[in-house]
Design a protein around this ligand. Structure first.
Ligand code: PLP
Length: 396
């Protein structure tokens, strides 16, 4: 490690809370799907800031839009009408399912889920939630109450209001707990953090039906899967599920903190002025950035691009699983959200570190799953290189 890297580690030790685990890496800049560390070493970034930099690092159009908005108006208060907010909301209405027209903006995915839970309570008057084991919905208290992973909850259990948890993909288990006190069930169309788990094809539609039969709502957490990530604008399109509330985040701002929640008009009937807010809710700079991100995704046909690159990757990695069944358990995903599950956690950790040493950044989640969620505009050559490196790192 270099002197500059050591300096950063010391600064962090002296001035930053030790609340996060770091890789031995400090980045200086990025462009497209590439990033460079402080000593100029190049990396292919298949993590995209955890599936966030949807149009690549520092896209020139995003940089110009941010800089233009910064010279125009950055922030007002929620008490004042905001044009960038409305431009973005209009554009979003074109990509959300029919019947979802109005949106509210916040700054993080967890906050969007908090808003969704409140909305479900406002609509139904009920106070319980159902969520899935292995899920991830964010780290604020309401969202963590619905987060089905012991490792994130354990230290905070005493201050959480736990949801009823059921196994992901199990429709009967969900039906059994959807009693008449349940406001909503919250679910990811594909569990991301939980290891890129794809549910059975009829699961989400079945959940919607079961929720509605019980007088409850279905909240679809598309924070990781939305905005083109799975090769459709929203992952809901794969199954045609009709949720009541949808949450979005991550790729929406291309790296600028913004998230959103939207609902059917029927649900929005119960909203009253003052129900929700936040100093930065719908911040002008963030809305302008997100509007530009959506425009670029649309113009550069990145949803189609993600679908095409994802399809070849899944075929290729499933072939790898057949060639090396003792090492690779399964390849899963859709579009550019791909997980490769190995049999052993130790091999997965080694492959993760080896890839980084060789200049390829991937994420290791659920102990044994190497997750890739690169910029949607990664080139076929870069994607091919990343997959080749992955294949050799996991099999050697
Ligand atoms: C499905 C899902 N929901 C919610 C969140 C929380 O989003 P944020 O970290 O922006 O609060 C995440 C983040 O990884 C996520 O993957």
């Amino acid at each position: 490690m270099s002197e500059r890297y050591d300096e950063v580690v010391n600064l962090e030790h002296d001035y930053f809370f030790p609340a996060v685990r770091r890789w031995p890496l400090a980045l200086g800049r990025g462009e497209g799907s590439k990033v460079w560390d402080l000593d100029g070493k190049e990396y292919l970034d298949l993590t995209a800031g955890w599936g966030v930099t949807s149009i690549g690092h520092c896209h020139p159009r995003l940089a110009s839009a941010i800089s233009d908005q910064a010279r125009t108006l950055i922030q007002t208060t929620n008490a004042i009408y905001s044009l960038p907010q409305l431009d973005l909301a209009q554009r979003l209405a074109r990509i959300t399912p029919d019947g979802f027209q109005r949106t509210f903006f916040v700054s993080s995915g967890a906050e969007a889920n908090e808003g969704a839970l409140k909305l479900a309570h406002a609509k139904t008057g009920r106070a319980r939630f159902v969520a899935t084991l292995n899920s991830f919905h964010g780290r604020t208290l309401g969202a963590m109450g619905c987060l089905g992973q012991e490792k994130y909850r354990a230290r905070w259990e005493a201050i959480l209001r736990p949801a009823r948890f059921v196994p992901y993909g199990d429709l009967e288990a969900a039906r059994a707990v959807l009693t008449d006190d349940v406001a909503a069930m919250i679910v990811e169309p594909i569990q991301g953090e939980g290891g890129v788990r794809v549910p059975p094809p009829d699961y989400l539609c079945g959940l919607a039906e079961a929720c509605h039969a019980a007088g409850a709502l279905l909240i679809l957490d598309e924070i990781q899967t939305g905005i083109g990530r799975t090769g459709r604008w929203l992952a809901a399109e794969h199954s045609g599920v009709r949720p009541d509330i949808i949450t979005l985040g991550k790729g929406l701002g291309g790296g600028v903190p913004i998230a959103a929640f939207t609902a059917t008009e029927d649900v929005l009937q119960s909203v009253q002025p003052g129900d929700h807010g936040g100093t930065y809710a719908g911040n002008l700079l963030a809305c302008r950035a997100a509007d530009t991100v959506l425009e670029v995704i649309e113009e550069e046909k990145l949803v189609e691009h993600a679908a095409a690159l994802g399809a070849t990757a899944i075929t290729r990695l499933q072939e790898l699983a057949r060639r090396a069944p003792d090492k690779v358990k399964e390849a899963r995903g859709a579009g550019l959200l791909i997980g490769l599950e190995l049999h052993e956690a130790e091999r997965a950790a080694r492959a993760h570190a080896t890839l980084r040493e060789r200049g390829v950044l991937v994420n290791l989640t659920a102990e044994r799953v190497l997750r890739m969620f690169p910029p949607l505009n990664i080139s076929p050559e870069e994607w091919d290189l990343g997959l080749s490196e992955l294949e050799s790192a996991v099999t050697e």
